[in-house]
Design a protein around this ligand. Structure first.
Ligand SMILES: *Cc1c(COP(=O)(O)O)cnc(C)c1O
Length: 496
């Protein structure tokens, strides 16, 4: 079955998967979705005999139908390799009957590696298929995590370059160290004097400038973006939900066809939407539990049917979930509106003009598979502490938000369905928050001393990603003013 992609905001002609990967966003500002939903070609039982790469192929071939088998398998082989510290790629830890799906074994020890390690390969393959001869220049503004994961994914990928802008005084020392030590001659990292919004606004302006695009084209380059609305990030994430189900099946922990719950710590709604698609293509699911931190705009939405971003932005210890506009939610809205692009576009216009919208009762009924909850800072910290004390297993604050929300759900409903929690970051990525949650006395220790203490206490070797930055030399020292971003890009690309 050939799958094409159309925008969530208008009924323009569908395009191929490779074209959608190259474009990222539709011209009308909408997101791309498949025009039909495929289903897995092998049974779950057959799939459970495959390794991660094998399952990834079975999933991705359903969505990226204009890629050949050879092309897709090459992308998968280049993505899920020794960059991961385990051949299993996404191990499932059984912690007293709750399953933690560890999505943090890649280059930057957070779940964004799962998609950003394959996106560069999908993009360069898509470029070839569409006779694009320019090099692709990925342009990103980051508040910390995405920038590093994108740098690690695109580093040394032929036919690409990546430029990352970050607020010089707006990221943590470890995050900055991770970025400025990035290897790869095709990478370029610049601190700007300004905040994240300045970086983001600057990048958007450069993206939208036709004269800049023409100048780049003449020099053999074109811009693209690596953000989480790209289908080349969304659909590779479906693979690990299928994989998790198959692992439980293989280990005899569930029966064939037995539904499971997935609990997902949610920010932009990309990860949980991938779980929703895993169900659509054939994984039996009882509930998808959407977990938020204090920025509980999604919890309120699932409770009331009103999405309202007009509220204070709260900084938490799970910063990758500090989001007030969950951009991937638009895809779900479109689907529950009966794939009505006009209805969806009207709601999105309301969101941009008034900061809120309300869905109809009919649409709300279509959300029956979703449950939602949130965890306060105190609850998150106490979950890290109690899980460690009860089991010895140490989780990061994002995962702890999900674990807390799942516990509360279980207490409230008595639901005993086997549950998989998406574990989205290594505790070593958020060592200070994790250690002080366990005991306040650790706050007095230095960052790397804390890392060693966490390693001893959790009985887990310090991940390579952390070990490397202890000693890695600084390779990027460019700093610029807000107005000089384009000059920096031209300098890097050798354009005068
Ligand atoms: C990005 C991120 C999330 C949120 O994922 P979404 O797909 O944006 O919902 C959760 N945890 C961590 C560690 C992340 O980096």
């Amino acid at each position: 079955m050939e799958i094409k992609y159309k925008s969530t905001r208008s009924d323009s002609a569908p395009i191929t998967a490779s074209q959608a990967i190259l474009k990222g966003l539709a011209d009308d500002g909408g997101l791309f979705l498949p025009t039909a939903v495929p289903t897995l070609e092998k049974s779950l039982k057959e799939l459970s005999e495959l390794d991660y790469r094998g399952i990834a192929y079975e999933v991705m071939k359903l969505f990226f139908t204009d890629f050949t088998e050879e092309e897709l398998k090459a992308c998968i082989a280049n993505a899920y390799d020794e960059k991961f510290d385990t051949d299993v790629i996404a191990p499932l830890s059984d912690v007293q009957g709750t399953y933690f799906l560890e999505l943090f074994h890649g280059a930057t020890i957070a779940f964004k590696d799962m998609a950003l390690s394959i996106l560069p390969h999908l993009m360069t393959t898509a470029a070839k298929k569409n006779h694009v001869t320019n090099d692709i220049v990925i342009l990103t503004a980051t508040s910390g995590d995405t920038g590093k994961a994108a740098l690690a994914g695109f580093a040394d990928v032929k036919g690409t370059k990546i430029v990352v802008f970050y607020p010089k005084n707006g990221v943590s020392p470890i995050q900055e160290k991770q970025m400025v030590t990035q290897k790869g001659d095709n990478t370029f990292v610049v601190g700007i004097h300004g905040n994240f919004d300045d970086a983001q606004t600057g990048v958007k302006k450069i993206f939208g400038d036709k004269a800049v695009a023409e100048k780049l084209d003449k020099a053999g380059f074109q811009f693209s973006s690596a953000n989480s609305i790209n289908i080349g990030r969304l659909f590779p994430q479906v693979a690990y939900y299928v994989y998790a189900y198959c692992m439980l099946l293989k280990e005899g922990k569930i029966a064939d066809g037995e539904p499971v719950n997935f609990t997902v710590p949610t920010g932009n709604f990309g990860n949980i939407l991938a779980a929703y698609y895993a169900n659509k293509i054939g994984v039996p699911v009882h509930k998808l539990i959407c977990a938020s931190n204090d920025n509980k705009v999604l919890f309120d939405f699932f409770e009331s049917g009103t999405y309202d971003k007009n509220r204070d932005f709260i900084l938490t210890t799970s910063p990758s979930m500090d989001i007030l506009i969950s951009s991937n939610l638009e895809r779900l809205i479109y689907l529950i509106a009966g794939e009505d692009a006009k209805a969806n576009a009207a709601l999105m216009t309301q969101l941009s003009q008034e900061g809120k919208y309300t869905i109809t009762d009919r649409m709300k009924e279509a959300l029956a598979m979703f449950e939602a909850g949130y965890s306060t800072e105190k609850e998150t910290a106490s979950k890290i502490k109690s899980l460690y004390e009860d089991t010895g297993y140490v989780i990061d604050p994002h995962t702890a938000v999900a674990a807390f929300v799942y516990d509360a759900y279980k207490k409230r409903t008595g639901d005993t369905t086997k549950t998989i929690i998406a574990s989205t970051a290594s505790p070593f990525k958020f060592t200070r928050s994790v250690m002080t949650a366990i005991d306040a006395k650790y706050d007095a220790m230095e960052d790397f001393a804390l890392v060693d203490e966490l390693s001893a206490l959790s009985n887990v070797t310090v991940p390579r990603a952390i070990e490397e930055i202890r000693t890695a030399p600084v390779r990027h020292d460019h700093v610029c003013e807000k107005g000089e971003m384009l000059k920096e890009i031209y300098g890097f690309l050798g354009i005068s």
